[in-house]
Ligand binder design. Structure first.
Ligand code: ATP
Ligand code: MG
Length: 174
């Protein structure tokens, strides 16, 4: 981390819970959960398929409304941090825009975060994830792993202070 960058904020979940639907068909996806993740730490959530990992991460990112409780990142709700690009999320499904090339998908994240264009940084990140030479390909022309790596480059292009990664299966090419 550069010396002038502030320390990453901590993540706190206060009795955060999620129920999808109501009545007989309700699914209790996440039971009330307290979580305190210190600044600058790396934590893995591990559990069987369907146990609520992605739902919890989506709530931490402010992408899924909580049914109960509250999420605080550096003492604040997560939305502003995510919109500014300081909090990035890589989904299980890479969710790249299919009509945009790899380069333009990565560039879009900076644009949406209202950060200035940085062609060199975009190129460096695409190379770092092993996709140099594929900048002008669209997602449908890539393998699943390549799409996930493109999504990681898109996450990193805003130089986030927090990174949430969901079920990524990534093999870096050496
Ligand atoms: N939008 C939704 N509507 C209804 N139920 C949902 C929704 N999203 C998730 N669920 C349910 O919530 C539970 C937790 O799902 P979640 O995606 O968080 O699991 P997970 O731990 O990430 O699983 P995996 O390891 O397979 O990715 C599951 O029972 C799932 O069916
Ligand atoms: Mg999941």
């Amino acid at each position: 981390m550069e010396p002038d960058r502030p320390a990453p904020p901590d993540i706190r979940c206060h009795a955060v819970a999620k129920t999808f639907g109501t009545g007989e068909t309700a699914v209790a996806a996440v039971a009330p959960t307290d979580l305190a993740l210190g600044p600058g730490t790396t934590t893995a959530l591990v559990g069987p398929s369907g146990c609520g990992k992605s739902t919890l991460l989506r709530m931490i990112a402010g992408l899924e409304p909580v049914t109960e409780g509250a999420v605080r990142i550096g003492g604040e709700p997560p939305d502003a941090l995510r919109r500014s690009g300081a909090l990035s999320v890589a989904f299980q499904d890479p969710s790249l825009l299919p009509w945009r090339t790899v380069r333009r998908n990565v560039e879009l994240a900076r644009h949406l975060a209202r950060l200035p264009r940085d062609d060199d940084f975009v190129a460096a990140l695409i190379a770092m994830v092993g996709l140099a030479g594929f900048e002008d390909r669209r997602p449908a022309e890539l393998s699943g792993g390549m799409r996930q790596r493109a999504a990681i480059a898109r996450c990193l292009v805003t130089a986030p202070r927090l990174l949430l990664l969901t079920n990524l299966s990534v093999r870096w090419m050496s």
